[in-house]
Structures are given as structure tokens and as C-alpha cells.
Write a protein that binds this ligand. Structure first.
Ligand code: PLP
Length: 399
């Protein structure tokens, strides 16, 4: 039998999806599963997008230019500028989701064996994308006790080596929901300039900030134009995960030319997705206000509900729609699996993502889980009741 590649064998499996077989069995047994494991929002995609698709005069679903449709790139750049982010049309390369932007960004800026520093816990697929590019992920650990603030610059500096080529951050953060303070980002920018590193910022949750300000963009940092790479996506912004449209944005001309070689090799980003995404840009600001209000209400409900359970710690996230929660348990992996296999409360159970998969330091986040508050309050209420009861029954409880 032909062999499987070593790269393929070592490819990490997604901590968000790896419990799926247990969920499928639980469902077959008749359990109702409350999915708090994945960031698939329940919010309707904008009506204007469906209208644009229905009314599109095209008779061929053609390839688009490799960098994306010009009109979409223009309108997207204008959208960024309206939000105070300094971007021109030529800075934008449209990609197949933020995922492809991350892969292209890593592969264009680093060579196999190079190191990328990422504050952990981080979006687990960064591990997979780095693995695909042959890169080593070097974590700098953020701690739950201070709500996952950006670690100190000394912590970053301590792990910089001659192989370090980039720092990757996610702001607002998945899985932490942390919105970084502008001063922290400024300090990171200075560090990147000092060591001549790229600063790649995954800003796919930019609109989901629940304080007074939106998260500052890496594109606005002084003197950082050649180092800054912004990763973006319509998946969360417009609740259009299936459109598969994202963007890599940079003012670095040489880097853009390199990314374009990858973009040309895969021919084009999705044509229909771009039509829907361009139309979505007409969405009135009231849409975001409404969406934000819904998420704030859900966040407040979930965080309070969890913190009311004895020995549970859930810092309040300032953005995105995730919360990391510390539970009095031996292992998040075991607990999440147990909840699917062994537990139900009147037929309901909850699927969560064990947080260990969001860390790259072995053993870190062992007693933490990530919850996505992408469902409505009555469902969250059931979920909290399930978690409370499950913690009373779980054999691996620690306190
Ligand atoms: C932080 C972050 N970056 C990137 C992505 C990838 O998004 P997509 O490829 O759907 O644009 C996700 C999806 O959940 C995410 O949470």
C-alpha cells in the first residue's frame, strides 16, 4: 500500500472538530447537542448579498482575477478606510477565506525551519498552517488570570532567535476574546521594527468589539508599513462563513508580488462569494450595532452564568464571540468527550472545544475549555445548566 506523507501524518487535527465522531454518536442516541464548539454564528447573512446573487447577470461562473475583482477590492479598501484603517485598493489581495490569506502570508514571508512567535492560546489552525509551511510555532503564554492580555515585551524578546521572522497576533482574539490595548500593539510594533520582523495581524473579528473602541489595525501603525500584514475575512463580519472570501492586505510591494504568485497558482478566489461579499459592503451600520448588541447580551449572560458556578473562572471577553473558561476538572479533552458520551440533562448536552488545542506549550490550558457564544440566550441558559450539572457528576472533578 502506498505510504502517507510524514507531513500529512504530523498535520495536527482541529481541536474544534476532533470530537465530531462523539457528537455524531450522541446524536444517533437521540441527544440534542448544543454546539458551543465552533464559531458558526446563527445570525442571518445580509439580505443584500442574496439579492445580488439572485440578480447577477452573469451566465458563466467564470474565474475572477487572481487578486480578486477590481470593484470588490476598491469597495473593500473604501470600507476599511471608513473604519479608519489605512488601506488602498492595490494593498488588497482577495483570498479564499482568511485561512488562505494566513497560508499565503506565512509561506510568502518565511522559509521552512523559520520561527513564528504567537501569543497562546491562539486560533488552533495557526498550528496547521505553520505546519503546512514547515514553520516552527514559538508560543508566548498569556494567562487567564489577567484576561489574556498581551504578554510583556520581555517575554517576546526572550524567545526571538536568528530564525524568528514574524509575530502573529489575533485582535480581537480567538479563542480568548481579548481586545489588545493600543499601547500593547504599539510596543509590539516597535519590537518588530527593532528585530526586523513581520507583524501579521489576524483582524477577522475587528467589528466585534464590545467596549467603546474598535480594535486598532496593524495597518495604522507608524513606520510599520513594510512589516505589517493584515488578515481579513467576511466569514464572521457578515456571518458569511460559506462564502469563502477573505483578504491579505499589505503595503509591502515585494511581499504582495510574492503572495500573487501563490494566488495565481490557485487561479482565483470564489466568484460567487465575491459577488455576495461586495454586496454585503452596502450593509448599513445599524446591522453591526444590532449584531454587537446581541453578542454583548449573550456574552454577559454566558460569562455571568459560568462564573456563578463554584470554582469556575471565565474572564469577560472584550470582543469576538468566544470565551475561555477554567473548570475544576482534570482534563478539558476528557471532560468535553465525557459530556458527549456519558452525560445529558433531559436529553441535552453541550459540545465545547477543549482549550489544550489552542496552546502549543504541552500541558497548558489542560483545565480550560473554549465556548463560542453564537447561539441565543435561551439556548445558552440550557447550556449553562448542563455544564453546572455535568461538573457535579464528572468523575475527573478536581475540587
Ligand atoms: C481567528 C481566525 N482567523 C481565521 C479564521 C478563518 O476564517 P475563514 O477562512 O472562514 O475566513 C477563523 C475562523 O474561525 C478565525 O477564528
Amino acid at each position: 500500500m502506498p505510504k502517507i506523507s510524514k507531513v500529512g501524518q504530523a498535520m495536527p487535527s482541529s481541536p474544534i472538530r476532533k470530537l465530531m465522531p462523539f457528537a455524531v454518536s450522541a446524536q444517533k442516541e437521540g441527544k440534542r447537542i448544543i454546539h458551543l464548539n465552533i464559531g458558526q454564528p446563527d445570525i442571518d447573512s445580509p439580505e443584500v448579498s442574496f439579492k445580488a446573487l439572485k440578480e447577477d447577470p452573469r451566465t458563466i461562473i467564470e474565474y475572477s482575477p487572481s487578486e480578486g475583482y477590481e470593484s470588490y477590492r476598491e469597495n473593500l479598501a473604501a470600507y476599511y478606510r471608513r473604519g479608519g484603517v489605512d488601506v488602498n485598493t492595490e494593498d488588497v489581495i482577495v483570498t479564499t477565506g482568511g485561512s488562505e490569506a494566513l497560508i499565503f502570508g506565512l509561506m510568502s514571508s518565511m522559509d521552512p525551519g523559520d520561527e513564528v512567535i504567537i501569543p497562546e492560546p491562539f486560533y488552533a489552525n495557526y498550528n496547521s498552517f505553520a505546519h503546512m509551511a514547515g514553520l516552527k510555532v514559538v508560543p508566548v503564554t498569556a494567562v487567564i488570570e489577567d484576561g489574556f492580555s498581551l504578554p510583556q515585551m520581555e517575554d517576546f524578546e526572550a524567545v526571538i532567535t536568528s530564525k524568528t521572522k514574524a509575530i502573529l497576533i489575533c485582535n480581537p482574539g480567538n479563542p480568548t476574546g481579548k481586545v489588545y490595548a493600543p499601547e500593547a500593539i504599539d510596543a509590539l510594533a516597535k519590537l518588530c521594527l527593532k528585530h526586523d520582523l513581520y507583524l501579521m495581524a489576524d483582524e477577522v473579528y475587528r467589528e466585534f468589539c464590545y467596549g467603546d473602541e474598535i480594535a486598532g489595525s496593524v495597518m495604522n501603525l507608524n513606520g510599520l508599513a513594510q512589516n505589517a500584514i493584515m488578515i481579513d475575512s467576511v466569514s464572521k463580519r457578515f456571518s458569511m462563513c460559506g462564502a469563502r472570501v477573505g483578504a491579505l492586505v499589505t503595503k509591502n510591494v515585494a511581499l504582495r508580488a510574492t503572495v500573487m504568485k501563490f494566488a495565481m497558482a490557485r487561479l482565483s478566489p470564489p466568484t460567487l462569494g465575491q459577488i455576495a461579499s461586495e454586496a454585503a459592503l452596502l450593509t448599513p451600520d445599524a446591522y453591526f450595532e444590532d449584531v454587537r448588541n446581541r453578542y454583548v447580551a449573550r456574552r454577559n449572560f454566558l460569562v455571568k452564568g459560568l462564573n456563578d458556578i463554584p470554582h469556575v473562572l471565565c474572564p469577560e471577553p472584550g470582543g469576538a464571540f468566544y470565551a475561555i473558561c477554567r473548570l475544576p476538572i482534570d482534563s478539558g479533552d476528557k471532560f468535553c468527550q465525557w459530556m458527549l458520551e456519558e452525560f445529558d440533562l433531559d436529553g441535552d448536552t453541550v459540545m465545547m472545544a477543549p482549550a489544550s488545542g489552542f496552546y502549543s506549550t504541552p500541558g497548558a490550558g489542560e483545565d480550560e475549555v473554549r465556548l463560542a457564544y453564537v447561539l441565543d440566550i435561551p439556548v445558552l441558559e440550557k447550556a449553562i445548566a448542563c455544564i453546572r450539572r455535568a461538573l457535579e457528576l464528572y468523575p475527573g472533578r478536581t475540587t
